[in-house]
Design a protein. Structure first.
Length: 584
């Protein structure tokens, strides 16, 4: 049967209308459920991948943090190696002093020890020397069959603990011969033969009172004839060491295991200590994600295994994915509203972007006005005034008035420069580095050629951690301020000195000027504050100390002033020391 064209078109129109008003809700429901379920599965997979990726990154961060802490302990050994290469005849006092400095920066070290190589012929001499040093009961010891410390038997050589720091809590280790115990002897021999640091497998320390395991790091020491004379030993309680290394790292969700590749040692970290596991305890549940990282420990390789249960991963994803599922069921109802709102939101965002663009343009125009439209004409005024003043035949009154115009114009130019510098300091991100302040002051002094003799500072001022151009501006403003407020009855004298206080350096700029009234000391750092002291020569614009305050704040420092009215002032500032300072 052939359907006429008009009838076919009408039939199609009716079917479309029927589908639109009858079938469309069902289509939307089916599509909505399908989209929701598909979105749920997709989001679940994406969230799972994200959680696993975050866990993998966190495991890498944990391993990096622990490896850096291990490397720091190797550097301690190397520092002692250098110490002994300079002074081979180290006494107990010198060792303790050097150790105390080291332990200040490494509180997670259980002990630092010196183990000389003692031949059988020198045994009594070494024991007597230790007792003469104040260790009344000192003797070379070893473990007996019952695990008690007893005088060591006869051997060709011994490696007893001779110096130890700190002594408190480590007394039991004094005199213990590390060559008498196989695990310690193996690492000691490896250090001697390789000439490099060597670590033991996890062991129980002689001085251990709890349940923690420990690791010993040996550094061989040689004399000038390259003869082996003993070892420096770093003692680590593994729980304390790992906990200190990971205290700033998020380890939640992980079961962390350590495995020494050269032995059967298998350990678990439980946030407080390292627990040695039996073979039965080494079994792990099947539903775990295992991420492995490698650690290098003075000739040994440790594997870190990070176990995460499927339940933990699910706890990080299920909530969000179910929210997506519930929300997805409403997508089909809200899709048109969403499109409509999206259109309105885009229009609003465009209007907001246009407004921001207009505001930014106005700010740029304002900055341009400050930098160019004000400064440039003033510079022209100054130039024309200078040219006019060079003309002959000007009446004295005209010359006086033009001089005043020139002075006021120059002052305005300098004020604009200082305002722009204030803005620059607020917005600029300056790199931090070690700043040698004496060199900065050399550059600053060049700005005060006429008063250079009044400025005194040592050539070995301690360095600061900051930004050299900013500090140059700080000292230039403080010196300029001291010269402006010089006393009319005495020649200016400005002294700059510094002192180190822990992690900070305090610098002082001391002058013999007119001083500061007590009521003015709280406001002198405010912008446009000028002290009306009748003895002062030039009051300035009141911006210099504001610049100094802003710079010191940006450098995480402190600023203050002390003064006796009429007898001068002392401006002081404290800045961080550079993070790495060579020992004196």
């Amino acid at each position: 049967m052939i359907i006429p064209s008009r009838a076919y078109e009408e039939f199609k129109r009716l079917m479309m209308k029927f589908m639109r008003f009858r079938l469309l809700p069902y289509i939307v429901i089916v599509a909505g459920v399908g989209i929701s379920v598909g979105l749920f599965l997709f989001v679940e997979r994406q969230l799972t991948d994200q959680v696993e990726s975050r866990l993998d990154r966190r495991s890498e961060q944990i391993a990096i943090g622990l490896q850096q802490s291990i490397d720091a302990k190797i550097q301690v050994l190397q520092a002692f190696d250098a110490f002994y290469s300079v002074e081979l005849s180290i006494n107990r006092t010198e060792f303790n002093k050097f150790s105390i400095v080291t332990l200040t920066y490494h509180p997670d070290i259980q002990a630092l020890e010196w183990l000389p190589q003692v031949t059988a012929a020198r045994r009594e001499q070494v024991e007597a020397a230790a007792r003469a040093d104040g260790l009344v009961d000192y003797a070379i010891l070893e473990y007996d069959a019952d695990g008690s410390l007893v005088p060591a038997g006869d051997r060709d050589r011994y490696f007893p603990v001779y110096f130890i720091e700190p002594l408190a809590g480590n007394e039991a280790a004094l005199g213990f011969d590390l060559a008498s115990e196989p695990t310690r002897a193996e690492a000691l021999t490896r250090a001697e033969s390789s000439g490099r640091p060597a670590a033991t497998t996890p062991i129980r320390l002689v001085q251990e009172q709890g349940d923690q395991l420990g690791v010993l790091l040996f550094q061989p020491i040689y004399n000038e004839q390259t003869d082996f004379i003993g070892v420096i030993l770093v003692v680590l309680r593994l729980g304390d060491f790992v906990q200190s290394a990971l205290q700033e790292v998020d380890t939640s969700g992980f079961n962390i295991f350590f495995y020494d590749a050269d032995t059967t040692d298998y350990m678990r970290y439980d946030q407080q200590s390292i627990i040695h596991l039996s073979p039965a305890e080494q079994l792990r549940p099947a539903d775990t994600l295992i991420v492995e990282q490698r650690l290098q420990l003075a000739g040994r390789e440790w594997t870190m295994q990070f176990n995460v249960s499927d339940a933990y991963i699910a706890s990080q994803t299920s909530g969000e994915s179910w929210v997506f599922l519930g929300s997805g069921l409403l997508i089909t109802v809200l899709v048109l509203i969403y499109w409509w709102q999206q259109g309105r939101a885009q229009q609003a965002l465009q209007r907001y972007a246009d407004e921001l663009k207009t505001v930014n343009g106005e700010l740029e125009a304002y900055n341009y006005t400050i930098a160019h439209d004000l400064k440039s004409p003033l510079s022209v005024v100054v130039g024309y005034v200078e040219l006019t003043l060079t003309e002959s035949g000007l009446p004295p009154v005209a010359s006086e008035y033009l001089g005043r115009v020139q002075a006021v114009s120059l002052n305005m130019v300098r004020m604009i420069d200082q305002l722009l510098y204030l803005t620059q300091v607020r917005e600029e991100t300056a790199p931090r580095d070690t700043v040698y302040v004496s060199q900065v002051l050399d550059a600053v002094a060049l700005r005060f050629d006429n008063d250079r003799a009044a400025i005194q500072f040592p050539t070995d001022l301690p360095p600061a951690w900051g930004h050299a151009p900013w500090l140059e501006e700080v000292f230039a403003n403080l010196i300029s301020n001291a010269l402006k407020y010089r006393h009319p009855d005495r020649a200016p004298h400005i002294q700059i000195r510094a002192a180190v206080n822990g992690t900070r350096v305090r610098y002082e700029v001391i002058d013999n000027g007119v001083g500061i009234n007590p009521q003015d000391r709280q406001r002198i750092f405010d912008k446009f504050t000028r002290l009306h002291n009748p003895l002062a020569r030039n009051a300035g614009f009141g911006l210099g100390l504001s610049i100094v305050q802003r710079i010191i704040a940006r450098l995480e420092g402190e600023l203050g002033v002390e003064s006796v009215d009429g007898e001068g002032a002392t401006f002081w500032l404290e800045l961080p020391r550079p993070p790495y300072i060579e020992s004196a």
